[in-house]
Design a protein around this ligand. Structure first.
Ligand SMILES: NC(=O)c1ccc[n+]([C@@H]2O[C@H](COP(=O)([O-])OP(=O)(O)OC[C@H]3O[C@@H](n4cnc5c(N)ncnc54)[C@H](O)[C@@H]3O)[C@@H](O)[C@H]2O)c1
Length: 335
């Protein structure tokens, strides 16, 4: 029996997470879910977006399965997602984007894994105004050799373990000579230790164009925090949208699994949110727990239902009247 902290989250979170938990429970893996709160709903109920009980739960289980959290607007609030990643030092954010049978897009040959540095860069929260009138603002990016080394090592190890052929580092070292320069220099040093894996370098703006024109030239991509955030939405667009892309946040002694997408307030409460992304995050969770057989079974059932295109949410098939719950039921039947 595995212990996992379950955070259902905000907006579409509760509906897609309930769907995903039902499928995971039907996959054969035995999980003892510890439900905890975070985000807007937690703030409204308890006065804090990250209650102590939630952190205590993650400290015990060291594994969390999390729905999207609405980021509270206003200068006094930090993103809870950023806070969780920093608190548990979840330095590697792994976001695979693969073409799906049955999902019509411009390409049918995309298979890109974004490995995003998750704790440094421009998202460290060092921001302030420089004048009392608040008409000049400044954000600082922090890049360390240790942080760069471990994320690039992670990307190469991931490539080695998953029989991947190439790692591309995406950077902006031509302009940001210090922060991005350090990241690129460190990436080159790490790459030299993996001669069997092809190493490529791309300036991030050019990488965006190449990804849209010829996505098959990318395999594993390693990059800094904000570029990874943006590039992973781009890769989501290449394979059918945010409803399909999972993400794993991995640290040395804790891990958190979630979808790449947010709480989608525009479609919350309508039973039309696509649960595939969080279900695929569930597949990553099962693999992390060593439940490979259940993970493979679950992935095959999701792929069957998506490829048939009948019991899928309207973002995948506009003619479909199937909802989140019905899609989960079809996947459980396929299991
Ligand atoms: N990891 C997280 O918890 C996370 C990630 C991104 C954004 N957010 C937060 O979520 C809130 C909403 O952000 P946003 O609107 O910019 O991005 P979003 O990802 O919530 O939505 C972007 C668009 O994609 C659609 N979409 C997203 N998920 C979908 C799904 N599963 N099925 C079908 N369509 C889906 C939405 O309807 C919307 O049109 C913000 O507060 C943001 O900060 C949280």
């Amino acid at each position: 029996m595995h212990n996992v902290t379950l955070i259902k989250g905000d907006g579409i979170g509760p509906s897609i997470m309930e769907a995903a938990v039902a499928v995971i429970d039907a996959s054969g893996a035995k999980i003892n879910w510890h439900e905890a709160e975070a985000g807007m709903a937690a703030y409204e109920r308890t006065g804090t977006p990250l209650p102590d009980a939630t952190m205590e739960s993650i400290e015990k289980t060291r594994v969390a399965f999390k729905g999207p959290l609405t980021t509270m607007v206003g200068e006094g609030f930090r993103s809870i997602n950023v806070e969780l990643r920093k608190r548990y030092d979840l330095y590697a954010n792994v976001r695979p984007a693969k073409s799906w049978n049955g999902v019509q897009t411009r390409y049918d040959n995309v298979d890109i894994v974004i490995v995003r540095e998750n704790t440094e860069g421009l998202y460290v929260g060092l921001e302030h105004y420089l004048t009392p009138q608040k008409d000049i603002a400044e954000s600082l990016a922090v890049v360390t050799r240790k942080g760069s080394e471990r994320i690039v090592e992670y990307a190469f190890q991931y490539a080695r373990d998953n029989n991947r052929k190439k790692v591309t580092v995406c950077h902006k070292a031509n302009i940001l000579k210090f922060t991005q320069g350090l990241f690129l220099k460190t990436a080159r040093e790490v790459a030299a230790k993996y001669p069997e894996i092809e190493f490529d370098e791309k300036i991030v703006d050019a990488a965006c164009m190449h990804m849209v024109m010829k996505p098959e030239q990318f395999d594993v991509v390693v990059t800094t925090n904000m570029f990874g955030d943006i590039l992973s939405d781009l890769t989501a667009g290449l394979v059918g949208g945010l409803g399909l892309i999972p993400g794993a946040n991995i640290g040395a002694d804790a891990a958190l699994f979630e979808a790449v997408h947010g709480s989608a307030p525009d479609i919350a409460g309508k039973n039309i949110a696509n649960p595939t992304a969080v279900m695929m995050a569930g597949v990553m969770l099962l693999n992390h727990l060593g439940e490979h057989e259940a993970a493979n079974r679950m992935q095959a059932a999701i792929e069957k239902v998506v490829s048939e295109g009948k019991f899928v949410t309207p973002d995948l098939n506009p003619a479909s009247t199937c909802g989140t719950r019905e899609m989960a039921e079809a996947i459980i039947a396929a299991l």
